[in-house]
Design a protein around this ligand. Structure first.
Ligand code: TXA
Ligand code: MG
Length: 332
């Protein structure tokens, strides 16, 4: 059963307690309703992907009550500070490099070295974020492939029974998602048009280009890099899928009881729990990649993962990691 919580102090306190406990709570913002999870809890974030039925991991936007809270976790540059001062709270998400001590789970950003952050212009959402005291990851609160919801009723139409609660703060004012702007590179890049206009942004920081995320362009210059619209961290070591045995010169990404003999092993889930495996995926890839480099191992062997539920998103990610690397297309 999904609870509908009222927009009052008790409802907000309940929503915050649920989020802090790792449950999923949808809440209204000025743009659309978000499907919220504690962004520092990889397992809760994995549940977001499961509830949405997304066949792949998209990086999610982290929501904060103010710019100081956001910029404590990502590294803001001058344009970011100028935009935040003028347009936050508001429908603008800024992609910036994670700080070294950033507590946000790697899964939240789909393994990228950057994070999209925003401060929503909605009193209830801000009260909720203050009460949670942690960044809240929130994609639009719809099932994958459906339109973004602008009322609590729309949220329940798609997600009733899949999430703990929806905090009903009435209809959303803006109705389209936030503008996503990548400020992590040399030039500002518009990744998604939205509630904050390009004109307003350019008036503050000068010309903005349309293009692919800087982290993706960066990956394209690396020796092995996936050619994806929104690429993710790609291990340097080649990836071998559906491995039921591992050689001594391979690192093993295990799912369930592992075969013997690998040069290094990372366990995604001893009990073959797909949510736990999703939560551990990016940590595991990074750790094995580092160990492979240290120990001179030649590949990362990955045990079979069932093609169901979150297994689809995990396999999508692993197939991209294993695929021959292409060049990233030049931005239009
Ligand atoms: O208005 C909104 O932004 C709503 C409300 C709930 O805040 N949220 C939302 O989230 O639309 P979502 O997950 O549906 O869209 C996130 C967008 C995606 O296009 C994703 O690719 C991009 O932001 N994004 C997030 N993090 C990114 C990153 N590190 N680099 C590049 N793109 C990123
Ligand atoms: Mg969406």
């Amino acid at each position: 059963m999904t609870q509908t919580l009222p927009d009052d102090p008790a409802g907000i306190a309940r929503a915050a307690a649920l989020l802090r406990a790792g449950a999923l709570v949808a809440f209204g913002t000025e743009t659309v309703y978000g499907l919220g999870a504690d962004a520092t809890n990889a397992r809760a974030v994995a549940e977001v992907f499961a509830a949405k039925g997304r066949p792949h991991f998209n990086p999610l936007i982290c929501h904060y009550p103010d710019a100081d809270a956001a910029f404590a976790q990502v590294a803001a540059n001058a344009p970011a500070r100028r935009l935040a001062a003028a347009l936050w709270p508001g429908p603008l998400s800024l992609v910036l490099p994670r700080r070294a001590d950033c507590p946000v789970a790697l899964l939240t950003g789909a393994g990228l070295p950057t994070l999209a952050v925003r401060v929503p212009a909605h009193a209830t959402a801000l009260a909720l974020l203050r009460a949670v005291g942690r960044p809240v990851a929130a994609p639009s609160a719809n099932r994958s492939g459906q339109v973004s919801p602008t009322t609590a009723r729309h949220v329940l139409d798609g997600l009733a029974g899949r999430i703990a609660a929806v905090l009903d703060s009435g209809p959303c004012q803006v109705g389209v998602e936030s503008t996503v702007l990548d400020l992590s590179g040399e030039q500002p890049l518009l990744l998604r048009p939205g509630g904050a206009t390009v004109e307003a942004i350019e008036a503050l920081i000068g010309p903005v280009r349309h293009g692919i995320p800087h982290a993706v362009a960066e990956a394209a210059r690396a020796p092995r890099s996936p050619g994806l619209q929104v690429s993710h961290y790609a291990p340097d070591a080649p990836v071998r899928l559906n491995a039921n045995a591992a050689r001594h010169d391979e690192a093993l990404l295990a799912f369930g009881p592992p075969p013997q003999g690998a040069g290094a092993t990372f366990q995604l889930s001893t009990s073959c729990d797909l949510t736990e495996a999703a939560a551990n995926l990016f940590i595991g890839l990074r750790q094995l990649d580092a160990e492979a480099a240290q120990l001179g191992l030649t590949a990362i062997a990955v045990m079979p993962i069932p093609e169901q539920g979150l297994g689809l998103a995990i396999n999508d990610r692993l197939q991209r990691a294993a695929a021959p690397r292409e060049k990233v297309r030049a931005p239009p």
